[in-house]
Design a protein around this ligand. Sequence first.
Ligand code: NAP
Ligand code: GDD
Length: 331
Amino acid sequence: MTAKKALITGISGQDGSYLTELLLAKDYEVHGIVRHTSSLIANTSRLAPVYQDPHESGRRLFLHKGDVTDAGLLVNLIRDIRPEEIYNLAAQSHVRVSFDLPDYTANVTALGAIRLLEAVRASGIDTRVYQASTSEMFGLTAPPQDERAPFHPRSPYGIAKLFAHWSTVNYRESYGMFAVSGIAFNHESPRRGETFVTRKITRAVARIKAGIEKRVYLGNLDAVRDWGYAPEYVEAMWLMLQHSEPVDYVVATGRSATVRDFAEAAFAHAGLDWRDHVEHDDRYERPADVPELIGDPSKIAREIGWKAKVHWDELARIMVDADRAALGEGA
Ligand code: NAP
Ligand code: GDD
């Protein structure tokens, strides 16, 4: 039997790396698009556990240099690989950064998605597409947010993702494509980028505990988020593409905490009091923030059996332990 093939854009990111591990464990042949950088062949540090040298025989992980801003590359790759499944995870995914780089964010995060959908159409192959949509699209809408909640994005990132979301719906309705949008709430892990608030906090806890630093500067501590564990969220992506029907789902834990709660739990796990180490800095405030995101994941639980197991307080402990272990500290 020939292996199923998947193509992942954003394979070098937090989710891309976990999804690669999941698909390899399910015997897929995995192809990923990685960006060119001036200093490395590609940024593949998160893929280290599964990276295979191009000279190895029987290899099932293939990295292709590329970019979702290049339409021709996408058509050629899809036509050559002929994947059964495509996961569009590539994005300029930082909300604060999107206020500084709105044009760039729109090009990658919004137009990247429609380029990919058009490339699927142009290549003429039968494939299933997962679009990484986000709770940021709900923005100012009061929680709990489910699949019927109105959208009110609050950043160039949220707006770009909303364009990508509606493009996915539109290609499904217009061309009968199996294209689905997973509206994922925040999900974190030890592989989370270091400037997102959870990882910024847990990394600071480890460094403060080790005596390397004394404090961490944060912005809005009142923001409420529904934080889940990234390895579980990539399972939801895969399940959505195995479903008999193309359906969009909210992917969330249904529980929530403030940034302050998360900081308190993370510092406490290392035996520290957050109030001794957290200071405010205006530069981490946003021109418009999203006050409260709490998902209602009942539809995905009911229809495809996905349910989050790790909640924000356990997540804080997992991430602190990992950041401390990386410094050779902790249990
Ligand atoms: P991430 O760690 O920021 O990863 C983003 C990935 O996109 C990286 O591999 C990055 O490559 C790649 N990328 C950026 N610009 C690109 C371009 N022009 N062409 C090709 N690749 C490009 O994000 P994540 O947390 O794994 O999230 C995965 C996806 O889910 C993103 O689309 C994000 O917006 C969305 N999402 C995330 C969450 C969350 O809480 N994590 C929630 C909802 C939705 P480099 O490694 O080279 O930078
Ligand atoms: N990054 C950051 N840094 N955020 C801070 C800080 C800080 O120093 N201080 C407070 N915050 C607040 C932000 O204002 C926001 O309200 C909250 O912490 C979470 O910020 P992030 O961790 O940057 O995540 P996000 O919620 O803006 O966006 C993430 O989740 C989205 C899903 O809801 C990203 O992963 C997006 O790509 C994703 O779509």
